[in-house]
Design a protein around this ligand. Sequence first.
Ligand code: AMP
Length: 307
Amino acid sequence: MSLLVIGTVAFDAIETPFGKTDKIVGGAATYIGLSASYFTDSINLVSVVGADFPADAIDMLHQHKINTDGLEIKQDGKTFFWSGKYHNDMNSRDTIDTQLNVLLDFDPKVPEQHSNPDFLMLGNLMPSLQRKVIEQLPKRPKLIVMDTMNFWMDIAMEELLQTIAMVDVLTINDAEARQLSGEYSLVKAAAKILMMGPKYLIIKKGEHGALLFNNKSVFFAPALPLEDVFDPTGAGDTFAGGFIGYLAKSKDISFDSMKRAIIFGSAMASFCVEKFGTENLLHLEQSAIDARVQEFIDLVQFDISLV
Ligand code: AMP
């Protein structure tokens, strides 16, 4: 099953209570692609970088079997830059700077040979560009998953709503669900958001796990209590990459399969936050992923017999 991923490929500067980095490679599509690469080797990326983007970072994507035919390199442009600072709770952060750079006039083009994906992951990007990618595909993929963030709710709500109406699964965090719906209760928020078009909604709650809603059911997955959390950057994207990667591998998009996909996504995110940037996603062993998933199973298993 092929997976088409769009989203930012970026430079990030991150500050957490445990340290600080200067310009490291990040971006939504980078985290999604790396995470999904542990589930499928048919990943095609559509994004844009500037001439300042290092060739060895593109090699790193290739080592993970991520095809970059659709990665435009703008010789006269600078790569998208984001910088953020985490609060002591490590769950909330302030965006210090967002420099759109090459994104400002990005016109995404899906290479013809990749225009028939089975799965489409719309990583965080201008919603108008996410929509443009859907519109370029001659046939609707089996499943379209979309991630977004408060930044786009603040400056492009109208376009965001248009794109949300076209997808099957929306993933956002709890604060974003409240902002998008105007409801404090996440149950009410989910009901309103599901009326906007998607059939499924995933609400990510950082260290408190994730909720999956459709109009009939709700499922809750915890996050693993971890000894060390160094940098939550990319956790949401890594989660999304694991989620859609697992679905692509299993070829099953039922609610039950999505429940399992959420556990795999959460396991991948748990690796991401243990080190800075993408570091911990570069060389994972399948046995380590399996062991993490087992920890999730053990965490929530209990015997109750109701008489
Ligand atoms: P996450 O921690 O999962 O929200 O994702 C962090 C990644 O999103 C970083 O690597 C950033 O480069 C990227 N990012 C930050 N702001 C934006 C934005 N407005 N649009 C797209 N990507 C962004």
